[in-house]
Design a protein around this ligand. Structure first.
Ligand SMILES: CC[C@@H](C(=O)O)C(=O)SCCNC(=O)CCNC(=O)[C@H](O)C(C)(C)COP(=O)(O)OP(=O)(O)OC[C@H]1O[C@@H](n2cnc3c(N)ncnc32)[C@H](O)[C@@H]1OP(=O)(O)O
Length: 300
């Protein structure tokens, strides 16, 4: 009796914990020294992570380091964590579009920083820092779409998997180049890629460091579609129109929808059912539910 009670308590805690805002995957127990790595990352400046004002519940996050093909500098990694915290606290949020400045997505870590942080301790701390931040990004109660223009390489390819969906422009490319650097993904990209395309396809993309163009990405289920335009402004407008199809409801409903899907993606069945029950309780009898009940129930 005591054991099963303890197990159920543990499951309930797990199903609630993973939805908590700002929870890092790692702590001192795993050897993660967050303050130390933040200090180290601060030494590698350049670029920025910009977040637009909200427009109908949708914001645009821009990886902005065009001089280096939007490579992630140390300070951009720190700014990404700050933007994710901002988004976790955005009460009216429904959707997030992520793109790179000047018509290319992201060419991964800033290789200058990588060369300077080649110690095992720095590498592992950067890995745990980025895994935590991208896991929080993926778990945001928002529908997120990466608009891939130009190239998404290495950590940039991994970043696309931390979004719910990917839309690609003509001629763009997602490529997990890690093998060619004697590496494997370190920002959580391998685990998420297996979830998205399956183990077999993931193994081919990683072991072959294969270039994934829009056609192959759609075929694999890695991308939803190829956008008509490769122009930066037009493709963002097309992505916004695509996302608008899925955010036509009050923010609390869209957020609850993403949360139940995240529970289904990440938890064992019984824990996912408990999480779904808890989330259902937040919208049952809520303003959107009562308003819908007061109107005709015919769904066009
Ligand atoms: C966990 C994964 C993570 C890690 O292991 O830490 C990584 O992501 S490692 C990095 C993986 N990414 C790469 O290896 C990509 C390297 N870059 C390229 O292959 C090419 O630059 C490109 C992206 C294919 C573009 O090629 P091209 O169009 O010919 O432009 P340039 O090569 O001349 O680049 C323009 C400019 O940008 C600088 N640049 C590009 N990528 C990076 C980068 N990842 N880090 C730092 N700087 C980068 C490049 O050096 C050029 O600058 P200048 O030489 O000053 O003109």
């Amino acid at each position: 009796m005591a054991v099963s009670l303890w197990k159920s308590l543990l499951q309930t805690t797990k199903s609630r914990l993973f939805l908590q805002r700002g929870v890092s995957l790692y702590n001192g127990v795993h050897g993660f020294e967050e303050e130390a790595i933040k200090k180290k990352l601060q030494q590698f400046g350049g670029g920025s992570i910009n977040l637009s004002k909200e427009d109908h519940g949708i914001r645009v996050l821009t990886l902005n380091n065009p001089k280096q093909m939007n490579a992630f500098t140390g300070t951009m990694m720190l700014e990404l964590q700050e933007r994710v915290t901002e988004l976790e606290n955005w009460k009216d949020g429904k959707g997030l579009i992520i793109h790179g400045a000047e018509n290319t997505f992201c060419s991964g870590s800033d290789l200058n920083a990588v060369r300077a942080m080649s110690s095992s301790e720095d590498g592992m701390n950067m890995c745990m820092f980025m895994q935590s931040t991208l896991t929080r990004l993926k778990r945001l109660p928002l529908i997120s779409v990466a608009v891939v223009q130009g190239k998404a390489l290495g950590g940039g390819a991994e970043f696309t998997t931390a979004c719910d969906f990917r839309l690609m422009t003509p001629g763009s490319e997602i490529r997990f180049v890690h093998k060619q650097m004697g590496l494997v993904p370190g920002w959580g990209g391998a685990a998420r890629l297996v979830q998205i395309v399956g183990g077999g396809a993931a193994l081919k993309l990683l072991s072959g460091a294969l270039k994934v163009d829009p056609e192959r990405a759609v075929h694999l289920g890695l991308a939803e579609e190829t956008l008509p335009s490769s122009d930066e402004t037009r493709s963002l407008e097309e992505a916004q129109a695509w996302l608008n199809q899925y955010t036509k409801a009050p923010a609390e409903v869209i957020q609850a929808v993403k949360k139940v899907v995240t529970a289904g993606r990440e938890l064992q069945l019984e824990a996912a059912l408990r999480a779904e029950k808890d989330i259902f309780g937040t919208v049952w009898g809520g303003p959107a539910n009562l308003q819908a009940l007061a109107q005709s129930t015919k769904h066009k």
